[in-house]
Design a protein around this ligand. Structure first.
Ligand code: C2O
Ligand code: CU
Ligand code: CU
Length: 425
């Protein structure tokens, strides 16, 4: 997407028609009527203004996920843009190069509104990243992975909002950039894929089949909020809702003509098949993955000035006779502040998941996981917790004061009130 002459990105949120399944029309709610929405590309420290016009029949809210954004532009769940009105979001983007995404965040309605199509990429570039010899241009490809279910006529099926979603809404068909089981022609060279799991409720364990001869499927170079200090090789990747993995895949070892499948080892049938690559020809490739990507300084627990514990569980509050999903036993209320960290400090938060798995996302503030395991290295904004799990994160409150939310990014759990506020003072 290109900005207008005044340097403003114009997005109209409207109903659109897409051909997702061959020969069938699917109605989507799209940014500019398309799903995924247009990709916005910004530079670090250059203010980006996005003007959203709401031509949908319902109120919307836009959140830039991973953005270091002043509170009034962060898309607080009750800062509604009503039908027929326009809202300008201003993003300073004073943050390292990273793969961000924007999506709907309307209180109680985020799940259905994102499901209908309100999600898009917003990439941030900077000089440091551009100086690296990583794959670029046509070999730098954002991939938005999201599952959906379709009726016979092609319409998307989102179940009744009053049903009791334990695991959230799972689709039976995986889409990549809005297409089912797509095929991408590649040259026998390195590619950079910015993987985003934009699903409401599904997590994936991704692998290449067959794996690259003599190498790991994925060389991870970045995480949610930018480059890792050094690359990490993975035979497979587990990716929870809202997480991003920036990876390099080397197709040069495959013979020309080889078909390579991106599969989901946690899925079956339509949810096991993600996409295909076909190695079409040999090509020169001067890219490589350097051993050092950026200066990454691990935070130390001794820097933490406060410790807090948040338990994410089902129960503790009710609505319409069903148990709500709570944080420390409370359902979301815009008025209750669960934490008041001080600007310029680091805190140690213990996040605990009960009943089922919960991917926990904290707005605005980057964090590091203390004992990160294979999939949670680097600067994160979302961390996945298995049921019964607990993780410790060091959260750095380094940008703005104000009220922000943190919540489960299973969007049905979020809509069932598994969200809380913190206010940076
Ligand atoms: Cu990706 Cu609060 O959201
Ligand atoms: Cu966010
Ligand atoms: Cu959850």
């Amino acid at each position: 997407l290109r900005p207008s002459s005044a340097g403003v990105y114009e997005i109209t949120q409207r109903v659109g028609q897409a051909e997702i399944l061959p020969g069938l029309r699917t109605q989507v709610w799209g940014y500019n009527g398309i799903f995924p929405g247009p990709t916005i590309v910004s530079r670090r420290g250059h203010k980006t203004v996005v003007r959203h016009r709401n031509e949908l029949p319902e109120p919307v809210v836009v959140h830039l996920h991973g953005g270091r954004t002043p509170a009034e532009h962060d898309g607080y769940p009750t800062d509604l843009v009503s039908p027929g009105s326009v809202h300008e979001y201003v993003y300073p983007l004073d943050q390292p190069a990273a793969t961000l995404w924007y999506h709907d965040h309307r209180m109680d309605h985020t799940g259905p509104q994102v499901y209908k199509g309100l999600a898009g990429f917003h990439l941030v570039h900077d000089d440091e990243e551009e100086a690296l010899p990583l794959p670029k241009g046509e070999r730098d490809v954002p991939l938005m992975i999201a599952d959906r279910s379709f009726a016979e006529d092609g319409s998307m099926i989102y179940p009744d909002v009053h049903s009791d979603f334990i695991s959230g809404v799972l689709g039976d068909c995986v889409l990549v950039n809005g297409a089912p089981w797509p095929v991408m022609e590649v040259t026998a060279a390195r590619y950079r894929f910015r993987l985003l799991n934009a699903s409401n409720a599904r997590r994936y364990r991704l692998a290449l089949d067959p794996p690259p001869p003599g190498g790991a499927s994925f060389i991870q170079i970045g995480s949610d909020l930018g480059l890792l200090g050094a690359p990490v090789a993975h035979p497979g990747l587990q990716i929870a809702q809202a997480e991003r993995f920036d990876v390099v895949v080397d197709f040069s070892g495959y013979p020309v003509g080889q078909e390579v499948t991106l599969t989901n080892r946690l899925g079956q049938d339509g949810t096991a098949n993600v996409m295909r690559f076909v190695v079409a020809r040999k090509a020169p490739d001067d890219s490589r993955v350097p051993g050092k990507l950026t200066d990454f300084r691990p935070l130390s627990p001794s820097e933490a000035v406060a410790e807090r514990t948040f338990t994410f569980q089902r129960g503790g509050a009710e609505r319409h006779g069903t148990s709500l999903w709570t944080v420390n036993g409370r359902a979301f209320s815009p008025d209750h502040i669960a934490a008041t960290p001080r600007l310029g400090t680091v805190e140690r938060w213990t996040l605990r998941a009960q009943n089922v798995a919960h991917p926990i996302h904290i707005h605005l503030t980057p964090f590091q996981v203390l004992d990160p395991g294979p999939y949670a290295t680097g600067w994160k904004d979302t961390v996945d917790l298995a049921s019964g799990d607990q993780v410790e994160v060091l959260v750095r409150f380094d940008s703005y004061r104000g009220k922000y939310v943190f919540h489960c990014h299973n969007l049905e759990h979020e809509d069932m009130m598994m969200m809380a506020n913190f206010r940076i003072i």
